[in-house]
Write a new protein. Structure first.
Length: 273
């Protein structure tokens, strides 16, 4: 991706900044040895720093759909990186250098995004715009004077160009087969421990036993009358239980189609007096 950004910058500078001038466009480190060999006007774009733009990092994978609209694979989103270039002009006269710098500054101010007609290589397939920032204050942990000191040269008028470009991550995960079966649900009473018995008759019997147990626990015991206080509690051994089984109704609903049945919904309602 970096070499494609270089070629795109070369095409943009020649088209919008040099205006047909015969000045060269280079990407070398502007140290003393390189500058001493320059005998023609040159615009140098030296890449001195590469950092990820963590503020624009995305974590959600993207769904890639086929012609039928179904998801066929998932890809991670592209990661964006800031490429910092030291832009300088090299001629025999300072006035010519300033003229070139002025043209470069106007070029990058007009083009805050990389034009589509100068993109090359892998940048043609990028899923995101390539932005250009020119002459912004550098971060606190880096200054232009430190760059010139590291190059071993004298301080020279320059522009700080930052290209924010996405890098595609060449990996993907195949999506599983689509779910064709319709969903199936089971509806049960909150007080039921399990509704997975063998047959509806077994579930109904369990419901009757639970109802009888609740009635037995709440039935008053002992004599009753105005002269006696009613006591409540459990039935004594051998005392009969009054039949009070609530009537229940059960309905089964089958989803899906006749040739492809789906889940079976079974709902039971209990009438209480």
């Amino acid at each position: 991706m970096i070499q494609d950004v270089d070629e795109s910058l070369r095409a943009l500078v020649k088209r919008d900044a040099l205006n047909g001038s015969k000045a060269d466009v280079a990407f070398d480190a502007p140290n003393k040895d390189w500058s001493s060999r320059r005998n023609t006007p040159t615009v140098d774009l030296y890449l001195y720093d590469i950092r990820e733009d963590v503020e624009q990092r995305e974590v959600m994978w993207e769904d890639i759909r086929g012609q039928d609209g179904m998801i066929v694979e998932r890809r991670p989103p592209p990661r964006r990186f800031k490429l910092s270039y030291l832009v300088t002009a090299w001629t025999q006269r300072p006035e010519d250098e300033h003229r070139l710098l002025s043209g470069l500054l106007s070029c990058f101010l007009r083009n805050q995004t990389m034009p589509a007609d100068v993109l090359s290589g892998s940048l043609l397939d990028t899923r995101g715009k390539i932005t250009l920032s020119i002459a912004l204050p550098p971060p606190q942990d880096r200054s232009i004077s430190d760059v010139w000191s590291a190059l071993g040269g004298e301080l020279k008028p320059s522009l700080d160009l930052v290209v924010n470009a996405p890098i595609e991550i060449r990996t993907s995960q195949a999506a599983g087969p689509p779910v064709l079966e319709e969903p199936k649900f089971t509806i049960a009473r909150p007080d039921a421990e399990s509704e997975t018995l063998a047959s509806p008759a077994a579930r109904a019997a369990k419901g009757r036993r639970a109802a009888e147990a609740r009635i037995a626990a709440a039935r008053p015991v002992g004599p009753s009358g105005p002269e006696t206080t009613r006591r409540s509690g459990r039935l004594k051994p051998g005392e009969p239980v009054e039949p009070a089984t609530p009537a229940s109704q059960e309905e089964a609903v089958t989803s899906g189609k006749e040739n492809q049945p789906g889940r079976i919904f079974k709902m039971r309602g209990i009438e209480r007096s």
